[in-house]
Design a protein around this ligand. Structure first.
Ligand code: NI
Length: 183
């Protein structure tokens, strides 16, 4: 089932996600629905708060990205903890399904190690770099109540202020189902 994606301005996007246990209600269904919702909106990552659920869960399918490492990178992350991030920060233009039409350069460290549970609650500890690391950092931000626009300079943020406000009001073009706070 395709779920509405919560837009910028919805309070759930600002909540720190809670850890979950294997008996979390309808977990398999939630994960399946998140994949369906992500593919429907041509996204490469989606975090549970973006579908209105403030838990530590996000999914990634970076396979459309050429040269991503590991190839065909696809992973469900439950209760993840980034253990360390390192290297010289690099900039890349990011977007977000919760903030349609806005793209901005974000600086992030190129490498990280993350500990997480997969959809079967098997624990992994893995190191990622480049685009895979960047998508993880973007989605990890979501479960910490952060958004990529939080990383840009106050000046640039001021420039997009009215655009962000319009998004929260639902005044934005989007070709997938969304939920707005003031509509
Ligand atoms: Ni996002």
């Amino acid at each position: 089932m395709i779920l509405p994606i919560y837009a910028y301005g919805c309070p759930v996007l600002r909540k720190k996600g809670e850890d979950i246990s294997p008996d979390y209600p309808n977990l398999k269904e939630i994960i399946d629905n998140m994949y369906e919702t992500m593919y429907n909106s041509s996204g490469i990552g989606l975090a549970a708060p973006q579908v209105g659920i403030p838990i530590r869960l996000f999914i990634i399918d970076g396979s459309p990205i050429e040269d991503i490492n590991p190839p065909g990178f696809k992973q469900t992350f439950i209760n993840p903890q980034i253990i360390k991030e390192w290297g010289e920060e690099w900039k890349y233009e990011e977007g977000c399904l919760s903030i349609p039409t806005i793209r901005e350069n974000v600086s992030r460290k190129p490498e990280l190690t993350i500990r997480f549970l997969d959809e079967n609650f098997v624990e992994h500890e893995k190191t990622y770099d480049g685009m895979a690391a960047r998508i993880i950092q973007h989605e990890y931000d979501h479960i910490e109540g952060k958004l990529f626009v939080d990383h840009i300079s106050p000046l640039k943020r001021n420039l997009i202020k009215s655009k962000l406000n319009n998004i929260s009001l639902g005044k934005v073009n989007h070709d997938y189902k969304m939920k707005f706070v003031k509509k």
